[in-house]
Design a protein around this ligand. Structure first.
Ligand SMILES: [Fe+2]
Length: 187
């Protein structure tokens, strides 16, 4: 029998063997890098300010610890908690920003390859008024290689480019702690 991806094996055993890859700054490793499904284990701690608009669904299975998604919905921020042991099928195009504050947390995240012509967007929003600060789209071929290129473009923007056209607040760019502090102060 030719099992292309090997025999069934322990997922937690795999996580233990890959623990170093599940820590910052990467926090992410493919369980089956060569299969058709995109199956990643995502660790913590990891906090971010980018919001993702995925043209396909995502399955979150929070194995260890808790995480939450900051959500941008029709001009307002919202939040979805995914607690240890919970599974969540996220609809396509829910604009989300996963927050994983807990060290050692583990989430199995399953995504689909993107059909041609269905692009992913990364967006950054004003922490004070939730207006769009900056966005870019990409026909995603590799989660690992394509998304960091978009982050780099955003982090290279000037303060003037990151100044909110609605309320004048400057998005702190790469400084996620400052963004979350401004967001909390405005909630
Ligand atoms: Fe604003």
């Amino acid at each position: 029998m030719d099992l292309k991806y090997g025999k069934p094996h322990s997922l937690m055993g795999w996580a233990d063997a890959n623990r170093a890859r599940l820590k910052p700054p990467v926090c992410n490793a493919a369980v089956f890098p060569d299969g058709d499904y995109i199956i990643n284990m995502v660790g913590g701690p990891n906090t971010r300010t980018d919001f993702h608009d995925n043209p396909t669904e995502e399955i979150f299975y929070q194995i260890k610890g808790n995480c939450y998604l900051n959500v941008w919905d029709r001009g307002k921020f919202d939040r979805i908690d995914i607690r240890e042991g919970e599974i969540f099928l996220m609809p396509a195009h829910l604009i989300h920003s996963p927050q994983r504050p807990e060290a050692g947390s583990l989430c199995l995240l399953i995504e689909k390859p993107r059909p041609l012509g269905h692009v992913d967007w990364l967006r950054w929003y004003c922490p004070k008024c939730a207006a769009l600060t900056w966005e870019a789209s990409k026909q995603l071929e590799s989660l690992v290689e394509d998304l960091p290129k978009i982050y780099a473009l955003f982090y290279a923007t000037s303060e003037a480019e990151r100044r909110c056209k609605t309320c004048g607040t400057v998005h702190p760019g790469k400084d996620y702690a400052a963004w979350h502090a401004l967001r909390r102060a405005s909630a």
